[in-house]
Design a protein around this ligand. Structure first.
Ligand SMILES: C[S@@+](CC[C@H](N)C(=O)[O-])C[C@H]1O[C@@H](n2cnc3c(N)ncnc32)[C@H](O)[C@@H]1O
Length: 400
């Protein structure tokens, strides 16, 4: 029996919302064979055809119901996560949210023994949980048993925090203990070792005359630019006067005070901080409160919110510089932007080849497109090692 078949029969799958095939590569590496893959994006389909299998078709799955001549063992789906993700607006009414239950309907119509649908962890939290429950309901009506597995790419040995939900649905009558085998924590230095020898690894150093370079020079490994968090991991805009303008010691003290007070004195029941009143500033700075606040308003470090004051640049973190001996945060479609993520010891963003390695793509995967498109395809993908984990659990569910 060949290594790529189990009990003499190759396991076959259909892939919905297949993207460039990250999920699918994990399955093919474990001996599964794609019957057909569907995605509406031309770049995704061309990359799937080139790197995974020629059986990929461009289709808008809201308008088209896949049909295959052989009943697949497995259907996988990775519908869009933008309406659920905490990295976006989390718009409950985002039209793409309906693609999650649609994926369940389309998968069940193909009558496989196993279905696995992937999405971000936030897809099952808050009001958005309605879509996840609708998906589970559709599959249960079709007599599938379901289990939601919470997985993090970091637990699979990748140097990246990437929390995802995988809904397993099966009609095999089997029980599976969905436990992940412990793996060594991934590290960027080990994963990126030798990447500089690859022909399409083209690092773009920041220009020494640029604002990004001046900021990057001040951000050390493990640090980020953040005005709203304290501690050694946060560099504040007022620590970089050559870019953001000078602030006196007393003004810096007021900015640090506001940074703490805005999170301690809560008035609203949303967000994690509130603007601070002049009365609060007076408890610390007495008759200097207003002159200092006025000066900081003029310098662009403070802004008025009604009759209160808040910090400018109140994002949680930008220009995050990762550490060689640690992992990165989630590789998303913006992973190549220096304003968000910095290489551990060079003043530059990551290359798409580095992003692909951190996602677990093989170096042989060819990206025949613009860098921007490569980052989109890579950031949207299920890491192939997560696909491999799905393959292992599916084999157990099928008794192979
Ligand atoms: C999260 S990505 C899937 C990534 C894929 N699972 C992988 O591992 O590479 C979501 C995909 O859904 C596709 N998509 C969005 N709306 C679609 C639609 N209406 N019909 C078909 N595909 C769609 C996007 O083009 C995108 O490739």
């Amino acid at each position: 029996m060949s290594k790529n078949s189990t009990n003499g029969k190759t396991l076959k799958f259909v892939s919905l919302f297949s993207g460039c095939g990250g999920f699918d590569l994990g399955l093919t590496g474990k001996g599964f064979r794609p019957l057909q893959a569907y995605d509406q994006c031309a770049d995704a389909v061309s990359h799937y055809r080139r790197n995974v299998c020629s059986r990929a078709e461009r289709a808008d799955l809201t308008q088209f119901s896949p049909q295959v001549s052989i009943t697949p063992d497995l259907v996988i789906a990775g519908p869009p996560c933008q309406g659920f993700s905490t990295a976006g607006k989390r718009d409950f009414a985002d039209k793409r949210n309906h693609l999650l239950p649609l994926a369940g309907r389309l998968a069940a119509a193909l009558q496989p023994k196993v279905i696995v649908i992937e999405n971000v962890a936030a897809a099952a939290s808050g009001a958005h949980r309605k879509y996840w429950e609708e998906l589970e309901g559709i599959l249960r009506i079709e007599r599938y048993r379901t289990h939601t597995l919470k997985a993090n790419a970091a637990e699979l040995g990748l140097p990246q925090t990437r929390r995802r939900l995988l809904l397993f649905a099966w009609r095999t009558g089997r029980e599976v203990d969905f436990q992940l085998a412990p793996k060594m924590q991934g590290r960027l230095d080990l994963t990126l070792s030798g990447v500089e020898t690859l022909p399409d690894h083209e690092p773009e150093l920041l220009s020494p005359n640029s604002r990004d370079y001046q900021i990057a020079c001040r951000i050390g490994p493990g640090q980020k630019l953040s005005n709203v968090r304290g501690g050694p991991r946060s560099i504040h805009t007022w620590n970089i006067p050559e870019v953001f303008g000078t602030a006196s010691a007393a003004e810096c003290a007021m900015l640090e005070f506001i940074m703490r007070a805005r999170r301690q004195e809560r008035r609203r029941d949303f967000g994690d901080a509130d603007p601070v009143s002049l009365a609060t500033l007076k408890t610390e700075f007495h008759n200097q409160a207003w002159p200092l606040a006025r000066s900081l308003l003029g310098k662009g470090y403070l802004r008025r919110v009604g009759d209160h004051f808040d910090l400018c640049h109140s994002f949680n973190g930008k220009y995050r510089r990762f550490q060689w001996d640690d992992k990165a945060c989630t590789v998303d479609t913006r992973f190549g932007e220096a304003q968000l993520f910095l290489h551990p010891n060079e003043h530059r963003p990551f290359t798409f080849r580095e992003a692909a390695r951190i996602q677990g793509f093989p170096d042989e995967y060819v990206f025949d497109c613009s860098k921007r498109t490569a980052f989109r395809l890579i950031g949207n993908a299920v890491p192939p090692p997560m696909g491999a984990m799905v393959a292992d659990f599916t084999k157990e569910l099928l008794g192979r």
